[in-house]
Every structure is written in structure tokens, then in C-alpha cells.
Design a binder for this molecule. Structure first.
Ligand SMILES: Nc1ncnc2c1ncn2[C@@H]1O[C@H](COP(=O)(O)OP(=O)(O)OP(=O)(O)O)[C@@H](O)[C@H]1O
Length: 411
């Protein structure tokens, strides 16, 4: 893509050029006139004719110059206009650029010059203020969290302790795998926060561009941006869909992006001083390209929570809510067999809403349709029945989902 040139700058240069040529012309004409009295060997009408021809020549040259400059400028703007008009994603790109500039301000990034491609990728940066997840918010995964702290975060933050070791290095690739909704994204964000790293939540759609060669440039920009903003973590959710095993049916452009991605990744691996890490998450590790898996030597399984883990997650989610004191979370752990972390969160949300719903029903009965204006001072706490209600709701909706999936498969 051509470097952006502002209209004002172009105008300024154009007028400068005209001024320059005009001044040259004045000098030439004055020189001609000054010469006239000294030239005695030529008849005066011949000298005058020569001066006129010379002036005409210069005038022609100037007009050609102006014409050429104007047509180059016009062609540039026409091509730019047509390219933008033909590109349906132009507005999106513009918005992404604006978003990225705002985000960089929030991140306090100054004096870092980013290319157009890097700005496009910078739209994937996560606002540090929205990264509220910390280790304390993750329930039931204490062992995994401890391993990540020791093997990933510690060497990432304290490279200085292992300057000559080839064996103890912060991994440049980490894979989190396991069923959906079990906390992989939470762990990735908490890792970035604990590592004091910038978090690029790479949306694969931001790499896709219909123009030939553009996608490769964006793939390169992912790495150059991460290096400019290091320490940084590039997070790729559902990495299997982007970097899946290569087959003969792959489109040539897709293959090129993957190959390029891997070669830039190798660049990170061979540079011991860089603080950039790629973290991938997948529900289908078996679909990830073997060459990619090799670049992610550090893998963590984030499985479905067991009974005790579920009890821990529910009690963590309910922390800070108005809950009755005598709730038996172990019992809730028993009742939630087959629930993921996100199912548990949803069940707790349903429980909290059930409490509001029963309050509203009661208030409507007492105060009529103006119940909304009555002050809520006597809302009861969330109790076991609310939680059982929420769990039941989620179980039914999970069952309905499973049934409809198996019906689709039968059809
Ligand atoms: N271990 C956990 N502790 C507390 N909350 C959890 C846990 N696991 C999941 N959750 C809840 O579920 C939500 C979804 O979790 P998350 O996005 O991290 O799952 P995921 O494994 O990345 O899912 P997916 O594979 O669908 O992207 C979280 O926002 C959180 O509310």
C-alpha cells in the first residue's frame, strides 16, 4: 500500500515548485534583457527574436511540468479513491486503525512508530483496564496455575536469572487445550497480567485481506508489533481453525500465511532476548498442525472440573454476592456433574435472577404495577433453592442442545 500523502502536503509541494520555476524564469528573462545592450555583433531584431523563443520555450517547459505534476497528483487520488471504493472493508479498516490508536494511548505507548499493517493488528490489543482476571478468579485449577507460574511466568519475567542457559528459557509457545468453557481464555489473560505483558488477542479475521500479498504482510505485522510492544503475549483462541493440519485442499494463500507465520515464529524462538510468547487455545488439539505443536512445547490440559473443583468454582463465583451462609457447596458440586466452568457461571447467574424474580413477583402482588418505585430493602439472600433452580435450568438447556445436535446429525 502506498504511504499516505496528505492533500495539504501535496498542495504545498506543488506551489513550491511553481514558485521555484517562476523565480528561475524571472532570472532568465532578466538575464536576457541585461544582455541586450552588450550584444553588438547581432542585429537587435534577431536578439529580440531569440529572447522571445527562449521565453516561449521556458513557458512551455513550465506548463508541461505543471501539467505532469497535476496529472500525477490526480491519478494518485483517483487510484486511491477507486481502491477504497472497491474495497468493502475500507471503513472497517479505518475504524480498526482509530481503535488501535486509542488503545495505544491507553497502553501508554509513546514514541513507537507503527506501520499501517501494525496499526491494523493493534486493534486486537486488549485494554489493560478490561483485563480484570487474576489467578484468584480461577477456581479449581490450582495445580495448573502453579505450573504456569513456575514454568512460564517466572522465566518470562526473570530472564536475567538464566542468561546462558539453553534449557531454562521462557517458552515461546504455550498451548492450552481442553473442552469449551473451562477457563482457557481466563488463564491466558491472567498469565498476561501476571507476566506484565501486553495482550494481543489475535482475531484471525484481522489477518484476512482479499488483496494478494496483503495477508502475508499482516502476518508479519503481528510479530513486528509484538516485538515493538514487548513484553507481549499473542493469544490465538481456537488455534486449530487457523493453524490446522495442512492438506492438499488448502488454498495457496492460506498455505502461504501458515508457512510465513511459522517462519516468523522461528524468528522469536531463535532470539533469546525477545519477550514475546504465543499462547494458543484449542478444544481440538488433534487438529492442530504437527509443525505448530512442535513450536508449542509447553502444553497444559484444562479439563472438565471434577466434583471438588466444581464446588470450588461455584463458591468462588458466589463470593461477593448476597448468599445465605449455610450453603453446602459440596452438594452443589454433586449436582453439577458434566458442567463446565462457564455452565456453572450461568447456573449461578440464573440463581441470582431467580431471587430477583421472586422479589419482583412478591412486590407486584403487594404494590401493584408501581412496584418499581418501591425501595428494595427487604430482598432476601440467594438460597440453595435458587442455586438448584439455576442448575436445573442449565441442565435442561444442555440436554436440549445435545438432543438438537444429535437430531441434526440423524437428519
Ligand atoms: N475455572 C474457572 N473458574 C471460574 N470461572 C470459570 C472457570 N472456567 C470457566 N469459568 C467461567 O466461564 C467463562 C468462560 O471461560 P473461558 O472463556 O476462559 O473458557 P474457554 O475454555 O476459553 O472456552 P472456549 O474454549 O469456549 O473459548 C469465564 O468467563 C468464567 O466466567
Amino acid at each position: 500500500m502506498a504511504a499516505p500523502v496528505s492533500l495539504d502536503l501535496l498542495k504545498e509541494r506543488f506551489f513550491e515548485l511553481i514558485e521555484f520555476v517562476k523565480s528561475k524564469l524571472d532570472v532568465e528573462v532578466n538575464a536576457d534583457t541585461n544582455l541586450l545592450p552588450n550584444i553588438t555583433s547581432q542585429p537587435s531584431h534577431q536578439i529580440a527574436a531569440e529572447a522571445v523563443t527562449r521565453r516561449e520555450l521556458i513557458a512551455k517547459l513550465v506548463s508541461t511540468l505543471i501539467g505532469t505534476t497535476a496529472s500525477i497528483g490526480l491519478t494518485y487520488f483517483l487510484v486511491k479513491f477507486l481502491t477504497n471504493a472497491l474495497d468493502p472493508t475500507h471503513k472497517e479498516k479505518q475504524k480498526a486503525r482509530e481503535r488501535a490508536e486509542n488503545m495505544l494511548k491507553k497502553l501508554g505507548v509513546k514514541d513507537v512508530k507503527l506501520s499501517d499493517y501494525e496499526l491494523c493488528i493493534a486493534a486486537n490489543l486488549v485494554d489493560p483496564l478490561s483485563m480484570t482476571v487474576s489467578w484468584d478468579d480461577i477456581g479449581g485449577l490450582e495445580d495448573t496455575v502453579e505450573q504456569i507460574q513456575d514454568t512460564v511466568i517466572f522465566p518470562f519475567r526473570r530472564r536475567d536469572l538464566f542468561p546462558h542457559s539453553n534449557l531454562v528459557q521462557a517458552p515461546k509457545g504455550v498451548l492450552l487445550y481442553g473442552p469449551p468453557g473451562c477457563g482457557k481464555t481466563m488463564i491466558a489473560k491472567a498469565t498476561a497480567k501476571a507476566a506484565g505483558a501486553r495482550f494481543i488477542n489475535l482475531q484471525i479475521s484481522s489477518l484476512v485481506d482479499k488483496w494478494y500479498g496483503e495477508s502475508q504482510k499482516r502476518a508479519e505485522a503481528v510479530f513486528s508489533l509484538a516485538l515493538k510492544l514487548q513484553p507481549s503475549i499473542i493469544f490465538i483462541d481456537e488455534i486449530d481453525s487457523f493453524l490446522r493440519s495442512r492438506t492438499g485442499n488448502d488454498h495457496e494463500a492460506t498455505l502461504m500465511i501458515k508457512t510465513q507465520f511459522m517462519s516468523f515464529w522461528d524468528g522469536l524462538i531463535t532470539d533469546p532476548s525477545c519477550q514475546v510468547m504465543i499462547m494458543g487455545a484449542t478444544n481440538r488439539p488433534q487438529d492442530v498442525d504437527a509443525a505448530i505443536l512442535r513450536r508449542m512445547p509447553c502444553t497444559f490440559k484444562i479439563g472438565m472440573p471434577g466434583r471438588l473443583q466444581r464446588a470450588g468454582i461455584i463458591s468462588l463465583i458466589m463470593e461477593g454476592e448476597q448468599v445465605e451462609e449455610n450453603i453446602d457447596f459440596y452438594k452443589l458440586g454433586d449436582l453439577t456433574e458434566g458442567f463446565s466452568g462457564s455452565d456453572l457461571k450461568e447456573a449461578c447467574r440464573m440463581a441470582a435472577l431467580n431471587r430477583v424474580h421472586s422479589y419482583v413477583s412478591e412486590a407486584r402482588r403487594t404494590y401493584g404495577e408501581n412496584y418499581c418505585d418501591q425501595v428494595a430493602t427487604d430482598m432476601r439472600q440467594i438460597n440453595l433453592q435458587d442455586l438448584e433452580f439455576g442448575i436445573n435450568k442449565i441442565r435442561i438447556s444442555k440436554q436440549t442442545m445435545t438432543d438438537s445436535v444429535s437430531n441434526i446429525q440423524l437428519d
